[in-house]
Design a protein around this ligand. Structure first.
Ligand SMILES: Nc1ncnc2c1ncn2[C@@H]1O[C@H](COP(=O)(O)OP(=O)(O)OP(=O)(O)O)[C@@H](O)[C@H]1O
Length: 645
């Protein structure tokens, strides 16, 4: 096959441009990225070779080799891992295979002003391309284990790359970086051809990599005689010595007291290809029915795709320090999908299949303990470090709310960890327990309202009465919130109640009196209410005289059961428009519009009365953020009304 020149995808070009023009000041991390990729490639081969030994081609020792060359100012990173085929090279390093990169660029465009580039890269990481931060040319030569043909890929990072078939004796991948002039030689600030500098970088970033990272060192020695003694006066000779640079000792096997915070950080970044420090580390050991060590990390930031189907949750599994599996989903419940980490247990066998693993009793036991560990840590944080917990909550709270809604069996564990915005002045977020503690004795329900933000909710007609009475209301902004609340049904023995549903059930004396008065008005206006209902037939389920409105003329509420209007909108956005909330139109009997309705009704001005009914309904829809069914008709009616006056 002849050499091909190909263009990078537009997004890749943009990304390379950013890399070359330094979006990240800490350029040395390119080495960590390439070593991580090499280690992943070896893991993949090791795993596949469990069922197909031929892939090893007789060479069973895994290793990563660094070869700096001062003369050609190159640095080569080689591994004897799985390698790539021609098509895989194109897919993995020619196009943007990872949707993350695309999302990264989009976000970069969006948030250019508000966020620093460093923050952004922390969210996404861009692996292989980081090579272009230090190299003016990157050459990748790779042969997939078990294949005969190899591939050579080369690019200067300027928009195109070449790819051709080639020969390669050993399986795996070599990446040759032709270093930019700031990155080699004695005068360079960072010399990536210097063995000692490279050794220090490996120690700093990749010490725990599970495969040996080797390098040739040139040593000068005085020749020795047969007895091993240095020969006096003999001229020194140069010799090449292969050294392993990393300790390979898994961090989690050390005692907690021996580990420095920065060791956890580097380990985390290294193992999970993260660019930011972890938010919290949970490191523990268990001995008993099951034996294991675990190291769990709560990230600082939710990955951009945490709630998309392409996000793969799960933690790593090791048995006696040997890697078995990445992304083991069975160990943590879905609401903890953001947790990164690993479990090392001698109770797992090395080549356990995913199917067997799922049924393993040990796995279930360990999983339960891990979940408890994380929840305990969070409970403690909520109690003792409220601000920190709120930071965590703002990033991952949604995951818990989805958990409450989708896995009711988890809700009892999560309900005390939930936070909500509230109408209470000076309080940004409240727990349900705190809300209940503040409730006056006469209040029996936990009230909540939905809307896109506090300002919108505060102006809802449905809030008027509660505001007047100073009753605290939880504010739900997120689509999932109301679903979670409905799934919880109650907290303690207090039921949740939407301000936009049925009766508000206020049990104080004053409210009881108002209720009676409303009933009398409703009775006196029976015919009018019937007429409004008839005019809006098919659109609403009922018309009621309201006792919750103070200054607004109308509002829509939904029944006590079934979905609410805001849930209906969530369903509609998710292309499920068949779920409909029942609509009850509430009219304020103390509003001038009500008297006008009465006189229109009594005066038998049927057409105008009908127009008024429709306009009232359209207004109520608009307040809920819904479009009137016939916006043009609505606009025309308003225009007519305006011209009449
Ligand atoms: N040394 C290697 N051997 C085999 N495949 C490799 C090697 N380096 C990279 N690849 C392939 O190229 C892909 C892209 O690598 P890249 O570093 O850009 O992203 P990643 O490793 O998938 O993600 P990230 O580093 O951001 O976590 C990898 O997923 C892998 O399939």
């Amino acid at each position: 096959m002849a050499k091909e020149m190909r263009e990078f995808q537009a997004e890749t070009k943009q990304l390379l441009d950013l890399m070359v023009h330094s979006i990240y000041t800490n350029r040395e991390i390119f080495l960590r990225e390439l070593i991580s990729n090499a280690s992943d490639a070896i893991d993949k081969l090791r795993f596949e070779s469990l069922t197909n030994r031929e892939l090893l081609e007789g060479k069973e020792d895994f290793e990563i080799f660094l070869v700096p060359d001062k003369d050609s100012h190159t640095l080569t990173i080689s591994d004897n891992g799985i390698g790539m085929t021609y098509d895989e090279v194109i897919e993995n390093v020619g196009t943007i295979a990872k949707s993350g990169t695309k999302a990264f660029l989009e976000k970069l465009k969006e948030e250019k002003e508000s966020t620093t580039d460093k923050d952004l890269i922390g969210q996404f990481g861009v692996g292989f391309y980081s090579a272009f931060m230090v190299a003016e040319k990157v050459t990748l030569i790779t042969r997939k284990a078990g294949e005969t043909k190899a591939v050579k890929w080369e690019s200067t990072g300027d928009g195109s790359y070449s790819i051709e078939e080639t020969e390669k004796e050993t399986r795996g991948t070599s990446i040759i970086l032709t270093l930019g002039e700031e990155f080699y030689g004695d005068k360079a600030e960072e010399d990536f051809t210097n063995e000692y500098a490279l050794e220090a970088l490996v120690k700093k970033y990749s010490d725990y990599v599970r495969f040996p990272i080797k390098m040739n060192f040139e040593v000068e020695e005085t020749p020795k005689d047969d007895e091993g003694k240095e020969i006096e006066g003999a001229e020194k000779v140069k010799r090449i010595e292969v050294r392993t640079l990393n300790s390979m000792r898994p961090l989690w096997t050390k005692n907690k007291s021996e580990i420095k915070p920065e060791e956890y950080t580097e380990f985390y970044k290294n193992l999970f290809h993260e660019w930011e420090d972890p938010f919290e580390v949970i490191h523990s050991k268990a001995e008993g029915t099951v034996e294991y060590t675990t190291m769990l990390f709560l990230p600082k930031r939710a990955p951009y795709n945490l709630y998309h189907t392409d996000y793969e949750p799960g933690i790593q599994l090791y048995s006696r320090h040997v890697f078995i599996m990445d992304k083991c989903k069975e160990l943590l419940p879905d609401y903890l999908r953001f947790v990164r980490g690993l479990v090392d247990s001698p109770d797992f066998s090395l080549n356990i299949s995913r199917e067997l693993l799922q049924q393993s009793r040990e796995l279930k036991l360990i999983g339960k303990n891990l979940e408890k560990n994380v929840l305990k840590t969070l409970e403690k944080m909520l109690k003792n470090e409220r601000e920190r917990y709120e930071t965590f909550w703002n990033e991952f709270g949604k995951s818990f709310k989805i958990g409450v809604y989708t896995a009711p069996q988890d809700s009892s564990k999560l309900k005390d960890l939930l936070l909500f915005a509230t109408s209470k002045e000076g309080t940004a977020l409240t727990t349900l327990k705190e809300y209940i503690e503040r409730m006056p004795e006469s209040q029996n329900l936990i009230y909540y309202a939905t809307g896109k933000d506090a300002a919108t909710i505060e102006r809802l007609p449905q809030m008027e009465l509660l505001k007047e009475k100073g009753i605290e209301v939880l504010y739900l902004y997120d689509n999932v919130d109301e679903f979670a609340i409905e799934a919880l049904r109650e907290y303690g023995d207090k039921k949740f109640h939407s301000v936009s549903r049925g009766d508000l059930n206020l049990d104080d004396v004053e409210s009881q009196e108002v209720k009676k008065e409303t009933e009398t008005i409703a009775k006196d206006n029976e015919d009018l209410i019937k007429a409004v209902k008839e005019n809006l037939e098919g659109k609403i389920a009922d018309v009621k005289i309201s006792n919750r409105l103070k200054s607004s003329a109308v509002c829509l509420v939904s029944g006590d059961n079934g979905i609410s209007l805001s849930m209906e909108q969530v369903f509609a956005e998710a292309n499920n428009p068949m779920f409909k909330a029942s609509r009850i139109l509430e009219i304020n009997p103390h509003h001038e519009v009500f008297s006008r309705l009465q006189s229109l009704h009594n005066g038998e001005q049927n057409d105008t009365f009908k127009d008024y009914c429709e306009m009232l309904y359209a207004q109520a829809l608009l307040i809920e953020g819904l479009l009137p069914e016939d916006p043009i008709g609505f606009a025309n009616k308003i225009a007519k009304l305006m011209a009449d006056k």
